[in-house]
Design a protein around this ligand. Structure first.
Ligand SMILES: [Zn+2]
Ligand SMILES: [Zn+2]
Length: 265
C-alpha cells in the first residue's frame, strides 16, 4: 500500500463545504415535504370529523350540535384545549354533545402542525404560565351554526326558524361553501383582534373582531400569520382555506350560512 495516505485538511474542508451546500439546498424542500405530510394528516382528521357531522345529523333530525358545547359540556373554557387534566377520554363526564361520536376516533383531535406550533408559540389566553401547553384538541366549530355568534348579528340579518339561531343543516343556503369545523391559532394575528383558540367555537365577524381561522399550514416559521388552515364543510367535503384574507370578504363568507353576498355589519 505504497500510495495509501489520509485526506489532506483542504480535501476534508471541501467535502464538508459540499455537504453544507447540499443541506442548504435540500433542507427547505425536506421541510416542505414534512409539512405536506402533516397537512394531509390534518385533512384526514377533518374527514373523520365530517363522518361525525353526518352521524350527528342523522341521529338528531338534521340539527347541528350547539357550537359552544359540541366538545365540552357547558362550553370549553379558555385553556381546556391544552389541559391534560381535561382530556375527555380520561374524563368523559366533562364531554359535550358530540363526544359520543368523536370518541370512536381517538387520534384525530390534534393536527400535527398545530401540535408543533402551539407548543412553540404557547397559549395567548394563559401565556403558558399556569397550565402546560399539551394540545388535546385543536379543531373549532363555526359559531354561526347553532351558536352564540348570532348575538353579534343585527336583527335584520338573522336567519330564524325558531329564535335567532340557525339550527338545522337544511337552513344553510350554501352547504358546500359554509365551513363546519376548522382550525384556530393560539396567538393574536397582527391587525386583528382575534383572541386565539379558547372555547372551541369560531366566530369571525366582518369587523375583524373576535376569532380568526388558523394560519399555520404551508408556511415558513417566520411567516406564521400568513399560512393556511384546513376546514370541513357542511356538505361533508374538506378543503384548504385562505385564513388570513380578513381584508376582504372571503374569510367572512366561509362562516356565513345565508345567501351571498354576506352582509357587512
Ligand atoms: Zn391557555
Ligand atoms: Zn391542521
Amino acid at each position: 500500500m505504497k500510495n495509501a495516505r489520509g485526506f489532506t485538511l483542504i480535501e476534508l474542508l471541501v467535502v464538508i463545504a459540499i455537504i453544507a451546500i447540499l443541506m442548504g439546498i435540500l433542507m427547505p424542500g425536506l421541510q416542505k415535504v414534512r409539512e405536506q405530510a402533516r397537512f394531509m394528516a390534518c385533512r384526514a382528521n377533518l374527514r373523520n370529523y365530517t363522518v361525525v357531522q353526518r352521524m350527528y345529523a342523522d341521529d338528531w333530525d338534521g340539527n347541528f350540535p350547539r357550537s359552544f358545547d359540541w366538545l365540552f359540556k357547558g362550553g370549553g373554557t379558555n385553556c381546556n384545549w391544552h389541559d391534560e387534566s381535561k382530556n375527555l377520554a380520561l374524563h368523559p363526564e366533562l364531554a359535550g354533545s358530540c363526544w359520543s361520536y368523536l370518541k370512536s376516533y381517538p387520534k384525530i383531535h390534534v393536527c400535527p402542525t398545530f401540535n408543533i406550533v402551539a407548543k412553540a408559540r404557547s397559549c395567548y389566553m394563559c401565556g403558558g404560565a399556569t397550565i402546560p401547553v399539551v394540545p388535546q384538541y385543536g379543531y373549532t366549530m363555526n359559531s354561526y351554526l347553532n351558536g352564540d355568534a348570532w348575538s353579534s348579528v343585527p336583527a335584520q340579518y338573522q336567519i330564524s326558524i325558531s329564535g335567532n339561531n340557525l339550527r338545522k343543516e337544511s337552513q344553510v343556503k350554501r352547504p358546500a361553501e359554509t365551513f363546519y369545523f376548522s382550525e384556530e391559532n393560539t396567538w393574536r394575528i397582527s391587525g386583528l383582534n382575534n383572541a386565539g383558540i379558547n372555547d372551541t367555537n369560531l366566530r369571525p365577524l366582518p369587523s375583524k373582531m373576535t376569532d380568526s381561522f388558523g394560519t399555520f399550514h404551508k408556511v415558513a416559521a417566520s411567516n406564521m400569520d400568513h399560512g393556511y388552515a384546513n376546514a370541513s364543510f357542511v356538505d361533508g367535503h374538506v378543503e384548504q382555506v385562505n385564513a388570513w384574507d380578513n381584508e376582504g370578504l372571503e374569510t367572512w363568507e366561509l362562516c356565513w350560512p345565508g345567501d351571498k353576498p354576506a352582509p357587512i355589519f
